[in-house]
Design a protein around this ligand. Structure first.
Ligand code: GZL
Length: 331
């Protein structure tokens, strides 16, 4: 069932203006066959998020058989809830959303379920009181991303003969209660339990933004510069922390400076990796549109879909990254 109200309106307007004859649709894909998708995006807080938005818009284009209604929630869960309710009133074919935080979705998802509209959760996941509230989840295994970062840090410190040295860690967290923050934080906490010489001397929220991370890092540097590692939960935060540390005269370098750990592996983050300022950036893949497209196409054919899909991801470090690798990156 295709409900492309806007497209039909465009069609009517074109007919009235004489630009379109009644017998032929304006484009190859006939308007009434467009799949109407409502997408609620968290915001535009990071390079990662921008790449994710661009990929979703490129995927759900008219030439691919879709009409996309896009909403930017400006980092507010209440805006996402309002947007999803509007999608329901517009009777879209599918609701897709990247949830800012894990909780608080049951009621609005019940409304979508009662309206018979399938919901696909992307990027971050949610706690739902029953499985029927969403059809599929596509995103990243954030705990695993964190475990990759902690394992790499353990190995680096071992190579440097520092397994018995006191390691002072500053931890800059992402948006609190988002699954990306929960998973990446849990992995670090586990690493601290495993390594008695690791001490988290400061833990602040950088909200996945460069500006906030700069602010919190400047405040931390007022208190101490005895820092061995800064564990940032995305590249934007890493850049902000590096800005602050360099302003305070600290060197960011895995061999003889502060070790900066990051996530996302955006092109900008990898350029800092190549410059040796970010020691490690664990990839978090924002190109999720094609995965959502596959799910919708399967649902359109009445086929069963995988309920959870984690996207394959890799990692990049300052010792092995090359310009060629960066140039080949799609985001
Ligand atoms: C992770 C995503 C996070 C990124 C940040 O899937 O939700 O949000 O790591 C982004 O860059 O702001």
């Amino acid at each position: 069932m295709k409900k492309s109200v806007c497209a039909a309106a465009v069609c009517a307007m074109l007919m009235l203006s004489g630009c379109l004859s009644a017998e032929k649709p304006a484009s190859d894909v006939s308007e009434e066959n467009l799949i109407l998708v409502g997408f609620s995006q968290v915001g535009a807080e990071s390079e990662w998020r921008v790449a994710n938005t661009e990929n979703m818009k490129a995927t759900f284009s008219e030439k691919n058989g879709y009409e996309l209604i896009f909403n930017d929630a400006q980092q507010k869960q209440e805006n996402q809830i309002k947007a999803i309710r509007t999608f329901i009133q517009q009777d879209v074919d599918y609701i897709v959303f990247s949830p800012k935080v894990e909780t608080g979705w049951n009621s609005i998802l019940k409304e979508a379920k009662d309206a018979g509209i399938p919901v696909i959760v992307t990027d971050r996941y949610i706690e739902a009181e029953d499985e029927g509230l969403y059809t599929a989840y596509i995103g990243s295994n954030f705990r695993q991303e964190g475990e990759k970062a902690v394992a790499w840090l353990e190995s680096l410190l071992q190579k440097q003969g520092r397994t018995n040295d006191t390691i002072n860690i500053v931890h800059i967290q992402g948006t609190m209660e988002s699954s990306a923050q929960i998973g990446r934080t849990a992995a670090l906490d586990e690493g601290v339990v495993r390594n008695a010489n690791w001490h988290i001397i400061e833990r602040q929220c950088g909200d996945f933004t460069r500006a906030k991370a700069l602010e919190v890092m400047e405040a931390i540097l007022e208190k101490t510069k005895d820092i061995d590692v800064v564990y940032c939960e995305n590249d934007g935060e890493a850049l902000g922390a590096i800005d602050a540390m360099e302003k305070a005269g600290l060197k960011c370098n895995a061999e003889d400076g502060v070790i900066v750990i990051s996530f996302d592996a955006t092109r900008l983050g990898l350029e800092y990796c190549l410059a040796g300022k970010i020691a490690l950036s664990v990839e978090c893949n924002p190109l999720q549109g094609p995965y959502v497209h596959d799910i919708i196409q399967k649902l359109e054919r009445g086929e069963k879909v995988e309920r959870e899909k984690y996207i394959d991801e890799t990692q990049f470090d300052c010792f092995t990254i090359t310009q060629k690798m960066i140039d080949s990156r799609p985001y």
